[in-house]
Design a protein around this ligand. Structure first.
Ligand SMILES: [Fe+2]
Length: 297
């Protein structure tokens, strides 16, 4: 069987979220296979692979076909107490160093609840993420979906007046803002230094497809030269527009799914799940080639 990609919902979302079959991505790929997946990413923005029993090592190998990897420096515990060995793997779990469930008031757990807000991975880094690859190692019996919103379609369906208003805007993104929305302010001096705001264009043009998209994230807490309350009200309205159900694909996880998405064309958010059940997901992240400030407007 050879690699094929089909739309998950060909009726309502023929151009967003595809399912890939006919390839074992835990094994080395041929150049043709890697190219077909890259092309599928340009078309669908989100690709789902089932039954991929990754280790961190094989997940890293697969991820590297698509570019340089980021370090997990956006994690609250990046400098200390890491459960996972590789600095290129983000620990998206509710487990501590001894693989025990985190306590309800655990600092890392509370910080990670910020993932339930719509965002694009690493928009708080000067060079944000290109692709994220999330591997489901252990999943809870219920809940824990990941939802994806198509920011290209959200841009396409914005009215002309708003498009003109957004065109040249530059936002400030920081995890201090997104975590602050949920009332998490328990930052160390070092966190505050690491999470200083970075600038990102609000409208970006995809380097491969030439399609425009809205580059939104809950990390964005300001627009350059705008009064803060006006900027936040504006970004909140745009986010409401961009995350209408018609733009959203909700992924219901099966164990050993790997989902990969293009952070330049989509936003996503985690959904809640029972706190007394293990959820162990490992994320690798391919860095973009340049900052959005260096991209063509
Ligand atoms: Fe994320």
């Amino acid at each position: 069987m050879s690699l094929s990609i089909r739309a998950i919902d060909p009726v309502s979302r023929p151009f967003f979220a595809g399912e890939v079959s006919g390839v074992d991505i835990t094994q080395p790929l041929t150049a043709e296979q890697a190219q077909a997946i890259d092309k599928g990413m340009d078309q669908y923005g989100v690709l789902v692979f089932h039954g991929q029993r990754f280790t961190d090592e094989t997940q890293l190998r697969f991820s590297r076909y698509f570019g340089e990897l980021e370090t997990a420096s956006g994690d609250i515990n990046f400098m200390t107490h890491r459960r996972l060995e590789s600095i290129h793997v983000n620990d998206i779990s509710n487990l501590d160093m001894d693989n025990q469930l985190l306590a309800r008031d655990n600092r890392r757990r509370l910080f990670n609840l910020g993932n339930q807000l719509w965002h694009s991975d690493s928009s708080f880094k000067a060079v944000p993420a290109k692709y994220s690859l999330l591997s489901a190692r252990v999943i809870p019996s219920t809940g824990g979906n990941t939802e994806f919103a198509d920011m290209r379609q959200a841009w396409d369906e914005l009215d002309a007046e708003l498009k003109a208003q957004c065109a040249d805007l530059i936002c400030e993104h920081t995890q201090l803002h997104s975590r602050g929305i949920l009332g998490f302010t328990d930052f160390t001096e070092d966190d505050i230094k690491r999470f200083q705001p970075v600038h990102q264009r609000l409208v970006r043009t995809h380097p491969s497809t030439g399609r425009k998209s809205l580059f939104l994230a809950s990390h964005a807490g300001a627009i350059l030269v705008w009064p803060v309350p006006e900027a936040r009200a504006f970004l909140r309205d745009l986010t409401e527009h961009a995350t209408q159900r018609k733009f959203v694909y909700a992924h219901s996880w099966k164990q050993f799914d790997l989902v990969m998405w293009d952070n330049r064309a989509t936003m996503h958010r985690a959904r809640p799940y029972p706190a007394d059940q293990v959820r162990d997901m490992h994320r690798t992240t391919v860095a973009a080639e340049r900052s959005t400030m260096a991209e063509a407007a």
